[in-house]
Design a protein around this ligand. Sequence first.
Ligand code: AMP
Length: 216
Amino acid sequence: MTRMVLLGPPGAGKGTQGQMLAERLGIPQIATGDILRAAVKEGSELGAKAKSYMDAGDLVPDEIMVGIIRDRLQEADAQEGYILDGFPRTVAQAEALDDMLEAIGQKLDHVVHIDVDSEVLVERLSGRLICRDCGASYHTRFSPPAKDRVCDKCGGELFQREDDQEETVRSRLAVFEERTQPLVEYYRQQGIYRQIDGDRDPETVRDEILQAIQGK
Ligand code: AMP
């Protein structure tokens, strides 16, 4: 049973690590960005509310995000643990999550901060390609797919996220510094915070995260 949070700026590798760790640990990856993008694509009420914030690289309001997580954590597959990717992103979200868990006698086990220098992040994000079907992540230069714009894993179409344009990337990084960075102190005080150097190949980062959370 592992309930963990992956913390880190956009482009740090939360999605990639979340996916690899979920496979390894047999628990779901819950990525709020993916949930929101699916809602936008579906044209649901949630999608309509979230879209303008996402396009601008701003955070979607806390009440909306807390509601999404409250529902998602009640689903059957989340009862044996989960990896939160992209939530919480503000102290208010972290407090709401703690309250939610406390009410049912649970708590977070680990918060892993994947740390990467901001210039590296801009480079990573501006070349990033994502699979529309399975969410796998590629990079035009660093990890290109075998076939142009086609996912190696599932054959789905690869696309560039709208918010991965350089200007939006810079605002997302600024938002991280201002709104999400304070979570480092929040979780450090709880004694569950670990920082990992994310500027290495994905398998090395994954193994270090596993070591950190399994105490080996
Ligand atoms: P991500 O895929 O995690 O980079 O998220 C993409 C966008 O979705 C973010 O830039 C925000 O606009 C929104 N978003 C995702 N998760 C959250 C969250 N926990 N709080 C607020 N906004 C979020």
